[in-house]
Write a protein that binds this ligand. Structure first.
Ligand code: TRP
Length: 317
């Protein structure tokens, strides 16, 4: 039986954090034996947003590969590759898909709408299309994403359907990809208000893997304003320490809301859970360049038929 193909992607903006880990990486790791897994380092997407990052991007990507492998991604099972190593293929597919994209398709995406500047750059506006191109190049059955990304997968499916209906050829069609959410798809940033803010480097609320400021971040994190003493019943649904503890496999909700557990003890137990998790990761020597070279080789082979086919279909036939 052929295995289902699953694709995940990450922007190389900084160190790996537990938002990434519990958002999609842990899930990807769990699928490595049962699925053909692909993991994309979306460096072109970062540049589209912040061109000033160009001189740190390569190192950030290499570090991220190393950290993800240490966290359990097995490069013998998961194809890890970098978007810019497939520069031409990505642009080619972005071009085709942009023929089917309207301005409103983009500006109606909530995560785009919220970040939309007055006079957005074209690269900012096209990133949802290039993300669809990432998906088209792999033709996965499923895309592993956090829930903020769902509208982008919906757009990709819409564009694929429009493209397929133009092509009218079943030999190489772009699939309808199912989004898969991690069980802990939304791990909030530490101590953030509202507690629903997602963990991210740019919001300055991330807990990194092997975070040198871990103790301090936990100790100083905001918890529950209404829990005035250790014994006051708390509101774990609105406390990021409780939410993050759940992702780490321990749910303090009951003992917090009855008042049996105080914030200080709750924080101490989260701290030891995180330290144990940090310890469980590997620190083996690996060669990220070699991993990416292997990855692009594999993906280029996979993408070749598609780009040749589309070029012929669109311009010649
Ligand atoms: N936009 C995703 C993020 O910010 C990263 C990404 C780029 C991605 N291309 C992708 C995710 C393709 C899944 C599939 O995290």
């Amino acid at each position: 039986m052929t295995k289902k193909i699953v694709l995940a992607g990450i922007r190389p903006t900084g160190q790996l954090h537990y938002g990434h880990y519990y958002g999609f990486l842990e899930k990807l790791i769990s699928l490595q034996d049962s699925h053909d897994c692909y993991l994309l380092i979306a460096d072109m997407q970062v540049l589209g947003d912040k061109i000033e990052k160009h001189n740190s991007l390569n190192q950030l990507s290499l570090n991220l590969v190393q950290q993800m492998v240490h966290a359990g991604v097995n490069p013998a099972k998961t194809v890890i590759y970098k978007q810019s190593d497939l520069f031409y293929e990505t642009l080619e597919l972005t071009y085709y898909l942009s023929l089917f994209t309207n301005y409103n398709n983009i500006t109606h995406i909530p995560s785009v709408k919220e970040a939309l500047p007055d006079n957005p750059s074209l690269s900012f506006l096209t990133y949802p299309v290039s993300q669809a191109a990432d998906i088209a190049l792999i033709r996965p059955d499923q895309v592993l994403v956090g829930n903020d990304q769902l509208p982008l997968i919906e757009l990709a499916n819409k564009l694929f359907a429009r493209f397929n209906s133009l092509l009218q050829d079943p030999t190489l069609t772009l699939p309808d990809t199912t989004p898969v959410l991690s069980d802990t798809a939304k791990i909030p940033g530490i101590g953030t208000m509202p507690s629903s803010a997602k963990m991210s480097k740019s919001l300055n609320n991330a807990l990194y893997i092997n975070d040198i400021e871990l103790d301090n971040k936990i100790k100083s994190a905001y918890t529950d304003a209404l829990k005035l003493t250790a014994k006051t019943p708390g509101h774990p649904d609105q406390c990021t320490i409780a939410q993050i503890s759940k992702a780490f496999g321990s749910d303090p909700s009951d003992s917090c809301s009855t008042g049996a557990l105080g914030c200080k003890d709750c924080k101490a137990s989260l701290l030891s859970l995180i330290k144990a998790k940090d310890q469980s990761f590997s620190s083996a020597d690996i060669n990220p360049e070699k991993i990416l070279a292997h990855g692009v080789f594999h993906v280029r082979e996979r993408a070749k038929d598609l780009t040749l086919f589309l070029k012929h279909k669109v311009f010649v036939s």
